[in-house]
Every structure is written in structure tokens, then in C-alpha cells.
Design a protein around this ligand. Structure first.
Ligand SMILES: [Zn+2]
Length: 463
């Protein structure tokens, strides 16, 4: 008969409502010790911890120490899962008991002699079952998440996403309109910093009421959610149950654009409308921007970094002249015809869209097969890799065609643009100018003449 038995009791949160409070466990265990005619046991009680969470249980550790020290020679526990939920813990416990010669380990749901092979085996099995229960909980959560994803439903949690109502299934129309504006301005070539400035100027905030930053705008526009797509673990797995704010095609172009490694992030807005577009009429070098006698100018510069002849300079007021030419050009039938012709030439762009759609559909199908367990995870990944590569390449090509978007809505409608032009942000003007103009040759001026002679400005139109 043991001389100094111990009782171990523990409250865990995962089985609330099953009458497993420590008082109940202790009462049952005391009754068991008494029934066996054992002396009054020492009681070890841990409160409010799930053994599986890996948190330290001070009283459990104290009991192990007492067993090692020979101060405890028997243990009564209500159920083995009160003692440990992880198999590794059981091993430690069994080892400690074996070394200390403790053979009486009693549970109210079965009795083990941990010193014998069978007792340990049963205990191990029970610990494995207990561990599995905890695993099952997290598996259930994961399965639930996957089910929601497969049905295109939102997963909930956290703040509502910008553009959507709190149920995440309907649009917040005002915010959705903001997203559409951001998307089209980005596709028209406007940098993120400028979009952020626009949001600030328009007094539009994030759902938490904070100011937008380039990173938050970037994440918003990259999110497949705004194209009505459901993402699960970083992969788009199909159509979502909520409406799209922008088209999948536009979203694909945005992704290609923002993930283009050549793209410099956080670049500051330009100060010169025509930087990089002017060529020296004498030597053909690119003219650079700068100030001279406190006036903004474009000039051909000599020196190792520039390599020009230094013979041409023109006042930045050439910008007004070029802007005027651009606005005029936008209203000409020739441009409409040229754009029209280019679109026909871009029939392959339609083929590109089709190929992208087909690949996206195939990815969706694969995800479905994986979800239905018709293929394994590795098979899914293998099949996906090839399609992903092709998709990426096609989306990059699509993004490179995005330049023509800068002109969308402006052709034949230049009068509205003309009215807005003086107030229009430079970063919106630049893409429009660059979409139309290949380069501009600046011919040498007559010394002493202050106004710009339009004959000096030779525009080479792109379309
Ligand atoms: Zn030159």
C-alpha cells in the first residue's frame, strides 16, 4: 500500500460544461483513494490550462519533482487526459514513475501499471487519442475554412474589407467606386504615391479611419477579392459569392503591373511633364531637366553622364505647347482611326485574354479536383506550376499593353480633358502624353528670342 499518494486535478477550457471542474475531480479522486484504504493524498491542482497548449503547469511539475524525490508513491487522477495530452509528456511521466518505482497510477477510467508494458501501451494509446482530439479541433477549423473558400464565401474575422459591407457579401457602393477609380488611374500609369495623395485630398480613409499609405493601396488593389475572386491560403481558388468591383482582366493587369520587378515603388511624382521625351536637334541626345537662372528648362548637356553637345536649351514653357498639341490630337479623327487600327492589330490581345481566362479556369478546376480529393497536394502543385508560369508570362504581356488605357475615355473627348488639364495632377498628365508621343525633337533656337517658336518643336507621334 502506498504511503503518500497524490491526486492530480486540472481544469481545461476545452471541455466546458461536462462537470469536470477541479472540485468534482478532486472529490472523485479522494473517494477512490479512500475506497482503496489509502492515506489522505497530497493534492496538486492546475487551473485553467489546456495541456495541449504547451503552457507550463506548475503543479504538474511539482508533482513530478515529488515523485522523483520519493515524496509521492502513488497517483490518482480522474482521467489520463487530465495528466497529459501530448504523447511526449506521457513518456516523461512514465519514465519518472518507472525510475521512482511508482506502480500505482490510478485513473477513475481505467487503471494502469505504468511499470508493465501493457499499462504503458494503453496509456500511450489514450494519450495519442487525447492528442488527436486536440488536433481534430484545429483540423475542423481548417476544414471549415476550406469549405467556406470552396463555396466562395468570406471567412470572416478581422475588420471588414474596404469596398464591402460588414457581411462581406455586398458592396459599399461609395468605396467600390473609389476602388474603380484607383484601379483605372493606376492602369493609366499613375504612381501609387499620387493615388495616396488623391485619397488624402478627397478625405477618403481606410476602414479603420486611418490615412492610406502606398502599401495599403497596393494591397487593396492586389487583393483578388475586388475582382470577385476567392482566395484561400494565398491561391485564387474560384469565383467568390460577392460581386466583383473590377473585372478579372483589369485585376490581372494590375497584379502584373504592381509585381513587375522593374517598377520602382514610392517614386516621387515627376516635376517635369516631358522628362525623357526631348531630343537635342543638333546631336540627338536626350535632353535633361534642370534650372538655369531660376527658370525650369530642358537642355542638352555635355559631360560623361550626359554625352550631349550642350548646344540646345528650351524653356519649360514648351510643356504648354506640347500639351496643347496633345489635346488637339486627341480630338482628331486620325487619332481615333489610328487607335482603332491599333486595336484591330491587337487582335492578339483578345487571344491573350482568352488564354489567360482558360488558364485561370483550369487552375480553378484543379483546385476543385484537389478539394474533392481527386488529386493529391503534390499533384496539384505540379500541375499548377506549369499553368502558373504561362499565366504569369501572359499577364506580363497584357500589362505591357496597359499603356493604351491611359487614353481610354479621352479620345474624341478632349474638351473635358482640356478644361481639367491645368488642375490635373502631373502624374496623370504624363501617361497621356507618353501614350501619344514617341519623342520630341527640339531644334536650335534663335539667340535672344524669348518666346518659343513652335517650329523648333518636332513631335514624333506614337499614334
Ligand atoms: Zn545636343
Amino acid at each position: 500500500m502506498p504511503a503518500t499518494p497524490a491526486i492530480y486535478a486540472r481544469i481545461s477550457q476545452d471541455r466546458g460544461g461536462e462537470g469536470l471542474g477541479t472540485q468534482r475531480q478532486l472529490a472523485d479522486c479522494r473517494a477512490e483513494a479512500e475506497r482503496r484504504g489509502w492515506p489522505a493524498p497530497v493534492e496538486y491542482v492546475d487551473d485553467d490550462t489546456s495541456a495541449y497548449s504547451g503552457k507550463v503547469r506548475p503543479q504538474y511539475r511539482a508533482m513530478l519533482d515529488a515523485i522523483r524525490a520519493g515524496d509521492v508513491d502513488a497517483v490518482v487522477v480522474w482521467h489520463m487526459d487530465r495528466l497529459h495530452r501530448r504523447p511526449i509528456e506521457l513518456e516523461e511521466f512514465a519514465d519518472t514513475c518507472t525510475r521512482a518505482g511508482v506502480k500505482d497510477v490510478v485513473t477513475l477510467h481505467g487503471e494502469f501499471d505504468l511499470g508493465s508494458g501493457d499499462g504503458l501501451l494503453v496509456a500511450r494509446l489514450m494519450a495519442a487519442v487525447a492528442a488527436n482530439e486536440s488536433d481534430a479541433k484545429s483540423r475542423r477549423t481548417k476544414r471549415k475554412q476550406r469549405e467556406l473558400a470552396e463555396r466562395g464565401l468570406p471567412s470572416g474575422g478581422g475588420m471588414r474589407p474596404f469596398g464591402f459591407t460588414p457581411d462581406r457579401l455586398h458592396l459599399d457602393e461609395a468605396e467600390a467606386a473609389t476602388i474603380r477609380t484607383l484601379a483605372s488611374r493606376l492602369l493609366a500609369g499613375e504612381p501609387l504615391v499620387s493615388l495616396v495623395r488623391w485619397l488624402q485630398d478627397s478625405d477618403i480613409h481606410t476602414v479603420t479611419g486611418k490615412e492610406w499609405r502606398t502599401t495599403t493601396v497596393r494591397n487593396l488593389l492586389l487583393s483578388p477579392r475586388i475582382a470577385g475572386l476567392r482566395e484561400h491560403q494565398g491561391q485564387v481558388i474560384g469565383k467568390a459569392a460577392w460581386p466583383a468591383i473590377i473585372t478579372e482582366e483589369d485585376h490581372a493587369r494590375i497584379v502584373a503591373l504592381l509585381k513587375d520587378p522593374a517598377r520602382r515603388t514610392n517614386r516621387s511624382a515627376r516635376a517635369y511633364l516631358l522628362s525623357g521625351l526631348l531630343r537635342c536637334g543638333k546631336c540627338g541626345s536626350k535632353m535633361v531637366t534642370g534650372r538655369s537662372r531660376d527658370r525650369r528648362r530642358y537642355m542638352c548637356r555635355t559631360g560623361p553622364d550626359f554625352g550631349g553637345c550642350g548646344g540646345t536649351m528650351i524653356s519649360a514653357s514648351v510643356e504648354e505647347l506640347v500639351a496643347e498639341a496633345v489635346l488637339y490630337r486627341l480630338d482628331t479623327p486620325e487619332l481615333a482611326a489610328a487607335i482603332d487600327g491599333q486595336q484591330r492589330k491587337d487582335e492578339n490581345s483578345a487571344a491573350l485574354s482568352e488564354s489567360i481566362a482558360a488558364d485561370a479556369a483550369q487552375l480553378e478546376e484543379l483546385a476543385g479536383l484537389y478539394a474533392a480529393k481527386a488529386i493529391t497536394g503534390p499533384e496539384w502543385v505540379t500541375a499548377r506550376t506549369a499553368i502558373d508560369a504561362r499565366l504569369k508570362a501572359n499577364r506580363a504581356r497584357q500589362a505591357s499593353q496597359a499603356g493604351s488605357t491611359a487614353l481610354a475615355g479621352h479620345i474624341g473627348n478632349a474638351s473635358a480633358l482640356r478644361r481639367e488639364w491645368p488642375q490635373t495632377n502631373l502624374s496623370r498628365q504624363v501617361p497621356i502624353v507618353r501614350a501619344l508621343i514617341s519623342h520630341i525633337t527640339i531644334h536650335p533656337g534663335t539667340p535672344g528670342v524669348r518666346t518659343i517658336d513652335p517650329a523648333r518643336v518636332g513631335i514624333t507621334w506614337r499614334v
